[in-house]
Design a protein around this ligand. Structure first.
Ligand code: ASC
Length: 545
Protein backbone atom coordinates (compact mmCIF):
# COMPACT_ATOMS: atom_id res chain seq x y z
CA UNK A 1 0.00 0.00 0.00
CA UNK A 2 1.02 3.60 -0.54
CA UNK A 3 0.61 5.96 2.43
CA UNK A 4 0.46 9.42 1.02
CA UNK A 5 1.00 12.55 3.12
CA UNK A 6 1.04 16.22 2.16
CA UNK A 7 2.85 18.37 4.68
CA UNK A 8 3.39 22.06 4.94
CA UNK A 9 6.25 23.09 7.21
CA UNK A 10 6.16 26.60 8.64
CA UNK A 11 6.81 28.84 11.62
CA UNK A 12 3.90 29.57 13.92
CA UNK A 13 3.49 30.98 17.41
CA UNK A 14 2.98 28.06 19.77
CA UNK A 15 2.75 27.76 23.54
CA UNK A 16 3.45 24.09 24.26
CA UNK A 17 4.55 24.93 27.81
CA UNK A 18 2.33 28.07 28.13
CA UNK A 19 5.22 30.29 27.03
CA UNK A 20 4.86 31.70 23.52
CA UNK A 21 7.57 30.78 21.01
CA UNK A 22 8.07 30.62 17.27
CA UNK A 23 7.90 26.91 16.59
CA UNK A 24 8.24 24.94 13.37
CA UNK A 25 5.00 23.10 12.70
CA UNK A 26 3.79 20.52 10.21
CA UNK A 27 0.24 21.20 9.01
CA UNK A 28 -0.14 23.47 12.03
CA UNK A 29 1.05 21.08 14.72
CA UNK A 30 4.07 20.19 16.81
CA UNK A 31 4.49 17.25 17.16
CA UNK A 32 3.51 16.73 13.54
CA UNK A 33 1.12 14.06 12.22
CA UNK A 34 1.81 10.45 13.17
CA UNK A 35 2.68 8.30 10.17
CA UNK A 36 0.72 5.09 10.43
CA UNK A 37 1.70 2.29 8.07
CA UNK A 38 2.02 -1.45 7.74
CA UNK A 39 5.22 -3.40 7.16
CA UNK A 40 6.09 -3.28 3.46
CA UNK A 41 4.10 -0.12 2.74
CA UNK A 42 5.56 2.76 0.79
CA UNK A 43 5.38 6.09 2.61
CA UNK A 44 5.21 9.18 0.40
CA UNK A 45 5.58 12.56 2.09
CA UNK A 46 5.19 15.59 -0.14
CA UNK A 47 6.93 18.21 1.93
CA UNK A 48 6.41 21.85 1.16
CA UNK A 49 8.92 24.17 2.80
CA UNK A 50 6.81 27.09 4.01
CA UNK A 51 9.61 28.62 6.12
CA UNK A 52 10.21 32.07 4.72
CA UNK A 53 14.00 32.14 4.79
CA UNK A 54 15.18 28.74 6.03
CA UNK A 55 15.98 25.46 4.36
CA UNK A 56 14.79 22.18 5.81
CA UNK A 57 15.37 18.41 5.65
CA UNK A 58 13.56 15.59 7.48
CA UNK A 59 15.14 12.36 8.69
CA UNK A 60 13.09 9.16 9.13
CA UNK A 61 14.68 7.93 12.30
CA UNK A 62 14.99 4.14 12.51
CA UNK A 63 13.92 3.52 8.91
CA UNK A 64 16.92 1.88 7.24
CA UNK A 65 16.22 3.19 3.71
CA UNK A 66 17.38 -0.01 2.07
CA UNK A 67 17.82 0.86 -1.61
CA UNK A 68 16.83 4.50 -1.02
CA UNK A 69 19.80 6.07 0.84
CA UNK A 70 18.95 9.43 -0.79
CA UNK A 71 15.68 9.51 1.21
CA UNK A 72 17.39 9.47 4.63
CA UNK A 73 16.85 13.22 4.98
CA UNK A 74 20.26 14.09 6.40
CA UNK A 75 21.37 17.47 5.10
CA UNK A 76 24.98 17.43 3.91
CA UNK A 77 25.12 13.62 3.94
CA UNK A 78 22.29 12.31 1.76
CA UNK A 79 20.70 15.39 0.22
CA UNK A 80 20.85 19.12 -0.38
CA UNK A 81 18.52 21.05 1.90
CA UNK A 82 15.03 21.89 0.66
CA UNK A 83 14.80 25.58 -0.22
CA UNK A 84 11.96 27.87 0.90
CA UNK A 85 8.80 27.48 -1.18
CA UNK A 86 10.10 24.24 -2.71
CA UNK A 87 8.47 20.85 -2.43
CA UNK A 88 10.49 17.69 -1.91
CA UNK A 89 8.93 14.25 -2.16
CA UNK A 90 10.23 11.69 0.32
CA UNK A 91 9.39 8.15 -0.75
CA UNK A 92 10.57 5.07 1.10
CA UNK A 93 9.49 1.61 2.24
CA UNK A 94 8.92 0.83 5.90
CA UNK A 95 10.31 -2.69 5.92
CA UNK A 96 10.07 -3.56 9.63
CA UNK A 97 7.23 -3.29 12.14
CA UNK A 98 7.84 -1.12 15.19
CA UNK A 99 8.05 2.33 16.68
CA UNK A 100 10.04 4.99 14.86
CA UNK A 101 10.17 8.77 14.63
CA UNK A 102 10.92 11.56 12.20
CA UNK A 103 12.54 14.91 12.79
CA UNK A 104 14.43 17.77 11.15
CA UNK A 105 18.07 16.97 10.38
CA UNK A 106 19.39 20.36 9.42
CA UNK A 107 21.22 22.72 11.75
CA UNK A 108 19.43 22.63 15.09
CA UNK A 109 15.92 22.77 13.64
CA UNK A 110 14.71 19.66 15.42
CA UNK A 111 14.40 21.51 18.66
CA UNK A 112 12.17 24.17 17.10
CA UNK A 113 9.46 21.48 17.17
CA UNK A 114 9.80 19.74 13.81
CA UNK A 115 9.25 16.11 14.81
CA UNK A 116 6.71 13.31 15.05
CA UNK A 117 6.05 9.57 15.35
CA UNK A 118 6.04 6.69 12.87
CA UNK A 119 4.15 3.54 13.77
CA UNK A 120 4.55 0.48 11.58
CA UNK A 121 2.21 -2.43 12.23
CA UNK A 122 2.58 -6.07 11.24
CA UNK A 123 1.16 -7.37 7.97
CA UNK A 124 -2.47 -8.55 8.07
CA UNK A 125 -2.84 -11.86 9.83
CA UNK A 126 0.39 -11.62 11.84
CA UNK A 127 0.26 -10.94 15.56
CA UNK A 128 2.70 -9.51 18.08
CA UNK A 129 4.30 -11.90 20.60
CA UNK A 130 2.47 -10.07 23.43
CA UNK A 131 -1.10 -8.96 23.87
CA UNK A 132 -2.72 -5.67 24.65
CA UNK A 133 -6.09 -4.02 24.19
CA UNK A 134 -5.08 -0.58 22.94
CA UNK A 135 -2.06 0.98 21.23
CA UNK A 136 -0.95 4.57 22.09
CA UNK A 137 2.16 6.64 21.37
CA UNK A 138 3.83 9.60 23.02
CA UNK A 139 7.00 11.50 22.26
CA UNK A 140 9.04 13.04 25.05
CA UNK A 141 10.97 16.20 24.36
CA UNK A 142 12.68 19.04 26.14
CA UNK A 143 11.86 22.61 25.29
CA UNK A 144 13.84 25.84 25.16
CA UNK A 145 12.46 29.35 24.91
CA UNK A 146 15.42 30.61 22.91
CA UNK A 147 15.28 29.93 19.19
CA UNK A 148 17.35 27.12 17.70
CA UNK A 149 19.15 29.79 15.68
CA UNK A 150 20.15 31.78 18.75
CA UNK A 151 21.38 28.61 20.42
CA UNK A 152 23.40 27.53 17.39
CA UNK A 153 25.07 30.93 17.15
CA UNK A 154 25.94 30.80 20.86
CA UNK A 155 27.51 27.36 20.51
CA UNK A 156 29.78 28.48 17.70
CA UNK A 157 30.69 31.86 19.25
CA UNK A 158 33.82 32.92 21.10
CA UNK A 159 33.25 33.11 23.99
CA UNK A 160 31.14 29.95 23.95
CA UNK A 161 27.51 30.32 25.03
CA UNK A 162 26.13 27.00 26.28
CA UNK A 163 22.41 26.26 25.69
CA UNK A 164 21.91 25.43 29.37
CA UNK A 165 19.13 23.29 30.77
CA UNK A 166 15.75 23.31 28.97
CA UNK A 167 12.89 25.38 30.35
CA UNK A 168 10.39 22.51 30.20
CA UNK A 169 9.91 18.84 29.50
CA UNK A 170 7.13 18.09 27.03
CA UNK A 171 5.06 14.91 26.97
CA UNK A 172 3.42 14.60 23.55
CA UNK A 173 4.04 18.30 22.93
CA UNK A 174 2.69 19.58 26.24
CA UNK A 175 4.47 20.93 29.30
CA UNK A 176 4.07 23.58 31.96
CA UNK A 177 6.43 26.48 32.44
CA UNK A 178 5.83 28.55 35.56
CA UNK A 179 4.48 31.82 34.11
CA UNK A 180 5.19 33.57 37.41
CA UNK A 181 8.94 33.24 36.83
CA UNK A 182 10.51 36.67 37.12
CA UNK A 183 11.57 38.40 33.94
CA UNK A 184 8.77 36.99 31.78
CA UNK A 185 7.13 39.83 29.85
CA UNK A 186 3.37 40.02 30.22
CA UNK A 187 1.45 38.46 27.37
CA UNK A 188 4.26 36.00 26.67
CA UNK A 189 3.13 33.32 29.09
CA UNK A 190 -0.43 32.26 29.84
CA UNK A 191 -0.91 29.43 32.32
CA UNK A 192 -4.51 28.86 31.18
CA UNK A 193 -3.73 28.50 27.47
CA UNK A 194 -5.34 25.19 26.39
CA UNK A 195 -2.22 24.40 24.29
CA UNK A 196 -0.36 23.70 27.54
CA UNK A 197 -2.93 21.67 29.40
CA UNK A 198 -1.29 18.34 30.21
CA UNK A 199 -1.46 15.42 27.82
CA UNK A 200 -4.18 12.99 28.92
CA UNK A 201 -4.02 9.25 28.31
CA UNK A 202 -7.47 7.85 29.06
CA UNK A 203 -7.62 4.20 30.11
CA UNK A 204 -10.47 1.79 30.76
CA UNK A 205 -10.00 -0.01 34.10
CA UNK A 206 -8.74 -3.56 33.66
CA UNK A 207 -7.46 -3.05 30.11
CA UNK A 208 -3.84 -3.37 28.97
CA UNK A 209 -2.20 -0.59 26.98
CA UNK A 210 0.78 -0.73 24.70
CA UNK A 211 2.41 2.64 25.17
CA UNK A 212 5.00 3.51 22.55
CA UNK A 213 7.41 6.04 24.03
CA UNK A 214 9.99 7.88 21.97
CA UNK A 215 12.44 10.55 23.05
CA UNK A 216 13.60 13.38 20.82
CA UNK A 217 15.08 15.58 23.49
CA UNK A 218 17.64 18.15 22.42
CA UNK A 219 19.76 17.44 25.48
CA UNK A 220 18.09 15.60 28.33
CA UNK A 221 18.22 11.96 29.36
CA UNK A 222 14.87 11.16 30.97
CA UNK A 223 13.30 8.81 33.46
CA UNK A 224 9.62 8.16 32.66
CA UNK A 225 7.19 6.65 35.13
CA UNK A 226 3.51 6.38 35.89
CA UNK A 227 2.48 6.68 39.51
CA UNK A 228 1.51 3.27 40.91
CA UNK A 229 1.87 1.38 37.62
CA UNK A 230 4.63 -0.97 36.58
CA UNK A 231 5.65 -1.09 32.95
CA UNK A 232 6.70 -4.20 31.04
CA UNK A 233 9.28 -3.36 28.37
CA UNK A 234 8.54 -5.31 25.15
CA UNK A 235 10.08 -3.37 22.26
CA UNK A 236 13.16 -1.20 21.73
CA UNK A 237 13.88 0.67 18.48
CA UNK A 238 11.65 -1.70 16.49
CA UNK A 239 12.97 -4.94 18.01
CA UNK A 240 11.19 -7.23 20.46
CA UNK A 241 12.71 -7.24 23.93
CA UNK A 242 12.70 -10.24 26.28
CA UNK A 243 10.08 -8.73 28.61
CA UNK A 244 11.16 -7.18 31.91
CA UNK A 245 9.32 -5.02 34.40
CA UNK A 246 10.38 -1.53 35.45
CA UNK A 247 8.94 1.14 37.66
CA UNK A 248 10.68 3.83 35.68
CA UNK A 249 12.02 3.73 32.14
CA UNK A 250 15.27 5.50 31.33
CA UNK A 251 15.10 6.83 27.79
CA UNK A 252 17.74 8.71 25.82
CA UNK A 253 17.24 10.98 22.84
CA UNK A 254 16.67 8.95 19.68
CA UNK A 255 15.40 5.83 21.44
CA UNK A 256 11.92 4.31 21.27
CA UNK A 257 10.36 1.72 23.56
CA UNK A 258 7.02 -0.03 23.85
CA UNK A 259 5.84 -0.81 27.34
CA UNK A 260 2.72 -2.65 28.46
CA UNK A 261 0.71 -1.01 31.20
CA UNK A 262 -2.27 -2.62 32.89
CA UNK A 263 -4.91 -0.25 34.26
CA UNK A 264 -5.14 -2.30 37.47
CA UNK A 265 -5.10 0.41 40.14
CA UNK A 266 -8.06 1.90 41.97
CA UNK A 267 -10.35 3.38 39.29
CA UNK A 268 -11.52 6.08 41.69
CA UNK A 269 -8.97 8.64 40.55
CA UNK A 270 -6.39 9.71 37.93
CA UNK A 271 -2.61 9.13 38.13
CA UNK A 272 0.46 11.17 37.19
CA UNK A 273 2.86 10.27 34.44
CA UNK A 274 6.16 12.02 34.93
CA UNK A 275 9.36 12.57 32.96
CA UNK A 276 12.38 13.68 34.94
CA UNK A 277 15.83 14.76 33.75
CA UNK A 278 18.60 12.40 34.82
CA UNK A 279 22.36 12.40 34.17
CA UNK A 280 22.55 16.20 34.39
CA UNK A 281 22.11 18.31 37.51
CA UNK A 282 19.11 20.04 35.97
CA UNK A 283 16.71 22.56 37.43
CA UNK A 284 14.11 21.75 34.77
CA UNK A 285 10.82 20.75 36.43
CA UNK A 286 9.51 17.26 35.67
CA UNK A 287 7.19 16.98 32.69
CA UNK A 288 3.75 15.81 33.75
CA UNK A 289 0.84 14.08 32.00
CA UNK A 290 -2.34 12.48 33.31
CA UNK A 291 -3.27 8.81 33.21
CA UNK A 292 -7.03 9.20 33.25
CA UNK A 293 -9.10 6.28 34.55
CA UNK A 294 -12.41 6.34 32.75
CA UNK A 295 -14.94 7.71 33.80
CA UNK A 296 -13.07 10.21 36.00
CA UNK A 297 -12.87 13.68 34.52
CA UNK A 298 -9.76 13.79 32.28
CA UNK A 299 -8.73 17.19 33.62
CA UNK A 300 -8.99 16.31 37.29
CA UNK A 301 -5.52 16.37 38.83
CA UNK A 302 -4.47 13.18 40.59
CA UNK A 303 -4.92 13.40 44.38
CA UNK A 304 -1.36 12.26 45.13
CA UNK A 305 1.74 14.30 44.41
CA UNK A 306 3.71 13.35 41.28
CA UNK A 307 6.48 10.77 41.66
CA UNK A 308 9.84 12.32 42.50
CA UNK A 309 11.84 10.00 40.25
CA UNK A 310 15.38 8.67 40.60
CA UNK A 311 18.40 10.69 41.72
CA UNK A 312 19.96 12.38 38.70
CA UNK A 313 23.53 11.23 39.25
CA UNK A 314 23.02 7.56 40.11
CA UNK A 315 24.45 5.75 37.08
CA UNK A 316 23.86 2.26 38.57
CA UNK A 317 20.16 1.83 37.67
CA UNK A 318 20.71 3.33 34.21
CA UNK A 319 23.50 0.90 33.41
CA UNK A 320 21.42 -1.93 34.88
CA UNK A 321 18.53 -1.11 32.55
CA UNK A 322 20.84 -0.94 29.54
CA UNK A 323 22.18 -4.39 30.45
CA UNK A 324 18.67 -5.80 30.95
CA UNK A 325 17.61 -5.18 27.36
CA UNK A 326 18.00 -8.45 25.42
CA UNK A 327 16.42 -9.77 22.25
CA UNK A 328 13.19 -11.66 22.82
CA UNK A 329 13.39 -15.46 22.64
CA UNK A 330 12.12 -16.64 19.28
CA UNK A 331 13.07 -13.30 17.69
CA UNK A 332 16.83 -13.39 18.14
CA UNK A 333 18.98 -12.26 15.23
CA UNK A 334 22.27 -13.94 16.06
CA UNK A 335 25.15 -11.55 15.37
CA UNK A 336 28.20 -12.58 13.35
CA UNK A 337 30.55 -14.11 15.93
CA UNK A 338 33.57 -12.18 14.70
CA UNK A 339 34.16 -8.82 13.05
CA UNK A 340 36.36 -7.67 10.19
CA UNK A 341 37.22 -4.27 11.60
CA UNK A 342 37.20 -2.60 15.01
CA UNK A 343 37.00 1.18 15.30
CA UNK A 344 37.46 2.66 18.76
CA UNK A 345 35.91 6.08 19.17
CA UNK A 346 37.10 8.21 22.07
CA UNK A 347 34.49 10.87 22.87
CA UNK A 348 35.99 14.08 24.20
CA UNK A 349 35.15 17.70 24.69
CA UNK A 350 37.93 19.96 23.38
CA UNK A 351 38.78 23.52 22.67
CA UNK A 352 39.72 23.97 18.99
CA UNK A 353 40.74 27.42 17.74
CA UNK A 354 38.95 28.94 20.70
CA UNK A 355 35.68 27.06 20.12
CA UNK A 356 34.29 24.42 22.46
CA UNK A 357 33.83 21.28 20.36
CA UNK A 358 33.22 17.55 20.74
CA UNK A 359 35.65 15.19 19.06
CA UNK A 360 36.02 11.56 18.14
CA UNK A 361 39.66 10.48 18.45
CA UNK A 362 40.53 14.18 18.54
CA UNK A 363 38.73 14.92 15.28
CA UNK A 364 35.70 17.18 15.47
CA UNK A 365 33.21 16.68 12.63
CA UNK A 366 31.72 19.32 10.37
CA UNK A 367 29.40 18.83 7.41
CA UNK A 368 30.53 19.57 3.85
CA UNK A 369 28.45 21.69 1.45
CA UNK A 370 28.23 18.97 -1.15
CA UNK A 371 26.36 15.99 0.32
CA UNK A 372 28.66 12.95 0.64
CA UNK A 373 26.30 10.66 -1.24
CA UNK A 374 26.47 12.87 -4.34
CA UNK A 375 30.20 13.48 -3.91
CA UNK A 376 31.01 9.75 -3.80
CA UNK A 377 28.65 8.76 -6.56
CA UNK A 378 29.60 11.58 -8.94
CA UNK A 379 33.28 11.49 -8.07
CA UNK A 380 33.42 14.97 -6.53
CA UNK A 381 35.95 13.83 -3.96
CA UNK A 382 37.61 17.25 -3.76
CA UNK A 383 34.53 18.52 -1.91
CA UNK A 384 35.61 17.02 1.42
CA UNK A 385 38.79 15.93 3.16
CA UNK A 386 40.06 12.59 1.85
CA UNK A 387 42.14 11.90 4.92
CA UNK A 388 40.03 9.33 6.83
CA UNK A 389 39.48 9.84 10.57
CA UNK A 390 41.55 7.70 13.00
CA UNK A 391 40.65 4.07 13.86
CA UNK A 392 41.36 4.62 17.54
CA UNK A 393 43.30 6.64 20.06
CA UNK A 394 46.41 6.19 22.16
CA UNK A 395 44.56 4.31 24.86
CA UNK A 396 47.69 3.23 26.77
CA UNK A 397 48.59 6.86 27.46
CA UNK A 398 45.18 8.48 27.77
CA UNK A 399 43.54 9.05 31.14
CA UNK A 400 39.77 9.07 30.58
CA UNK A 401 39.21 10.22 34.17
CA UNK A 402 40.98 13.55 34.00
CA UNK A 403 40.59 16.82 32.14
CA UNK A 404 42.79 16.36 29.08
CA UNK A 405 44.39 19.08 27.05
CA UNK A 406 43.97 17.43 23.63
CA UNK A 407 45.98 20.21 22.03
CA UNK A 408 46.22 18.23 18.79
CA UNK A 409 42.45 18.15 18.25
CA UNK A 410 41.32 19.30 14.80
CA UNK A 411 38.15 19.61 12.77
CA UNK A 412 37.55 17.53 9.65
CA UNK A 413 34.84 16.21 7.37
CA UNK A 414 36.76 13.08 6.39
CA UNK A 415 34.68 9.88 6.29
CA UNK A 416 35.19 6.20 7.14
CA UNK A 417 34.90 3.96 4.09
CA UNK A 418 33.63 0.51 5.00
CA UNK A 419 34.20 -2.49 2.77
CA UNK A 420 30.81 -3.64 1.55
CA UNK A 421 29.32 -6.63 3.35
CA UNK A 422 31.87 -6.63 6.14
CA UNK A 423 31.18 -6.73 9.87
CA UNK A 424 32.23 -3.66 11.79
CA UNK A 425 32.64 -3.21 15.55
CA UNK A 426 32.46 0.22 17.10
CA UNK A 427 33.62 0.84 20.64
CA UNK A 428 32.35 4.15 21.95
CA UNK A 429 34.63 5.24 24.77
CA UNK A 430 33.47 8.00 27.09
CA UNK A 431 35.84 10.29 29.01
CA UNK A 432 36.01 13.33 31.24
CA UNK A 433 34.73 16.61 29.76
CA UNK A 434 36.66 19.86 30.10
CA UNK A 435 35.10 20.19 33.57
CA UNK A 436 36.64 18.45 36.57
CA UNK A 437 34.98 15.15 37.62
CA UNK A 438 32.41 15.33 34.86
CA UNK A 439 31.50 12.83 32.16
CA UNK A 440 28.16 12.99 30.32
CA UNK A 441 25.75 10.48 28.79
CA UNK A 442 25.77 10.40 24.98
CA UNK A 443 23.08 8.60 22.98
CA UNK A 444 24.65 7.54 19.67
CA UNK A 445 22.41 7.02 16.65
CA UNK A 446 23.32 5.13 13.47
CA UNK A 447 21.53 5.89 10.22
CA UNK A 448 20.75 3.15 7.69
CA UNK A 449 21.28 0.17 10.02
CA UNK A 450 20.32 -1.56 13.19
CA UNK A 451 23.33 -2.67 15.23
CA UNK A 452 23.79 -5.34 17.84
CA UNK A 453 24.58 -4.02 21.30
CA UNK A 454 27.38 -6.34 22.37
CA UNK A 455 28.19 -4.87 25.75
CA UNK A 456 28.70 -2.00 28.14
CA UNK A 457 31.42 -1.39 30.67
CA UNK A 458 32.72 1.19 33.10
CA UNK A 459 36.16 2.73 32.78
CA UNK A 460 38.49 2.19 29.89
CA UNK A 461 37.69 -0.52 27.35
CA UNK A 462 40.20 -3.35 27.47
CA UNK A 463 40.69 -4.75 23.97
CA UNK A 464 41.92 -8.13 25.14
CA UNK A 465 39.55 -8.98 28.01
CA UNK A 466 36.33 -7.04 27.37
CA UNK A 467 35.43 -8.65 24.00
CA UNK A 468 35.39 -12.01 25.82
CA UNK A 469 32.39 -10.73 27.78
CA UNK A 470 30.39 -9.66 24.72
CA UNK A 471 26.86 -10.95 24.46
CA UNK A 472 26.96 -12.91 21.20
CA UNK A 473 23.90 -14.98 22.11
CA UNK A 474 20.89 -12.70 22.42
CA UNK A 475 21.97 -9.06 22.04
CA UNK A 476 19.26 -6.54 21.24
CA UNK A 477 19.41 -4.72 17.94
CA UNK A 478 18.91 -0.97 18.13
CA UNK A 479 19.58 2.19 16.17
CA UNK A 480 20.40 4.39 19.19
CA UNK A 481 22.33 3.46 22.30
CA UNK A 482 23.65 5.25 25.37
CA UNK A 483 27.28 5.60 26.30
CA UNK A 484 27.27 6.06 30.05
CA UNK A 485 29.56 8.48 31.93
CA UNK A 486 33.18 7.22 32.03
CA UNK A 487 31.95 4.04 30.33
CA UNK A 488 32.11 2.27 26.99
CA UNK A 489 29.54 0.68 24.71
CA UNK A 490 30.38 -1.91 22.05
CA UNK A 491 28.30 -2.28 18.85
CA UNK A 492 28.47 -4.52 15.82
CA UNK A 493 26.81 -4.02 12.44
CA UNK A 494 26.95 -5.32 8.91
CA UNK A 495 28.01 -2.76 6.29
CA UNK A 496 25.42 -4.09 3.87
CA UNK A 497 23.32 -1.06 2.98
CA UNK A 498 24.81 0.88 0.06
CA UNK A 499 24.91 4.58 0.89
CA UNK A 500 26.50 7.16 3.14
CA UNK A 501 25.32 7.14 6.71
CA UNK A 502 25.71 9.48 9.65
CA UNK A 503 26.58 8.10 13.09
CA UNK A 504 26.38 10.72 15.79
CA UNK A 505 25.45 11.79 19.28
CA UNK A 506 21.72 12.50 19.22
CA UNK A 507 22.08 15.48 21.55
CA UNK A 508 21.30 18.31 19.14
CA UNK A 509 23.98 20.68 20.43
CA UNK A 510 26.63 17.95 20.59
CA UNK A 511 26.23 16.94 16.96
CA UNK A 512 26.30 20.62 16.06
CA UNK A 513 29.56 20.87 18.03
CA UNK A 514 31.14 18.06 16.01
CA UNK A 515 30.15 14.83 17.77
CA UNK A 516 29.64 12.57 14.81
CA UNK A 517 31.19 10.64 11.94
CA UNK A 518 30.12 9.42 8.50
CA UNK A 519 30.36 5.92 7.01
CA UNK A 520 30.42 5.17 3.29
CA UNK A 521 29.67 1.67 2.07
CA UNK A 522 28.92 0.21 -1.36
CA UNK A 523 28.01 3.50 -3.08
CA UNK A 524 29.28 2.02 -6.36
CA UNK A 525 26.38 -0.43 -6.24
CA UNK A 526 23.77 2.31 -6.35
CA UNK A 527 21.88 3.26 -9.48
CA UNK A 528 21.35 6.83 -10.55
CA UNK A 529 20.67 9.33 -7.79
CA UNK A 530 17.41 11.30 -7.95
CA UNK A 531 17.80 14.84 -9.24
CA UNK A 532 15.69 16.15 -6.38
CA UNK A 533 18.54 15.71 -3.84
CA UNK A 534 20.99 17.84 -5.89
CA UNK A 535 21.63 21.51 -6.43
CA UNK A 536 23.92 22.64 -3.61
CA UNK A 537 27.69 22.98 -3.41
CA UNK A 538 29.50 21.25 -6.25
CA UNK A 539 26.45 19.13 -7.01
CA UNK A 540 25.09 22.12 -8.97
CA UNK A 541 24.57 21.01 -12.53
CA UNK A 542 25.34 17.41 -11.64
CA UNK A 543 21.94 16.14 -12.53
CA UNK A 544 21.97 12.52 -13.52
CA UNK A 545 21.70 11.86 -17.25
O1 ASC B 1 28.76 20.57 25.45
C1 ASC B 1 28.57 20.98 26.57
O2 ASC B 1 29.05 22.15 27.08
C2 ASC B 1 28.54 22.29 28.40
C3 ASC B 1 29.64 22.49 29.39
O3 ASC B 1 30.50 21.38 29.38
C4 ASC B 1 30.46 23.73 29.09
O4 ASC B 1 29.81 24.85 29.50
C5 ASC B 1 27.82 21.06 28.65
O5 ASC B 1 27.25 20.77 29.78
C6 ASC B 1 27.82 20.31 27.54
O6 ASC B 1 27.21 19.15 27.40
Amino acid sequence: KIRHYKWEVKYEYKSPDCHKKLAITINGGTPGPTIIAQQGDTVVVELQNGLLTENVAIHWHGIRQIGTPWMDGTEGVTQCPILPAETFVYKFVVDRPGTYMYHAHYGMQREAGLYGAIRVSLPDGQIEPFSYDYDRSIILNDWYHKSAYEQAVGLSSIPFVWVGEPQSILIQGRGKFNCNTSGIASGLCNATNPECSPYVLTVVPGKTYRLRIGSLTALSALSFEIEGHNMTVVEADGHYVEPFVVQNLFIYSGETYSVLIKADQSPSRNYWASAKVVSRNSSTPNGLAILNYYPNHPRRNPTASPPIGPIWNDIGPRLAQSLAIKARKGFIHTPPQTSDRVIIMLNTQNRINGNVRWSINNVSFHLPHTPYLIAYKHNLLHTFEQNPPPEGYDSANYDIFSVANNTNATTSNGAYRLKFNTTVDIILQNANTMNLNNSETHPWHLHGHDFWVLGYGTGKFNGSSDPKRYNLVDPIMKNTVAVHPYGWTALRFRADNPGVWAFHCHIESHFYMGMGVVFEEGVERLGKLPNSIMGCGDSKGHHSP
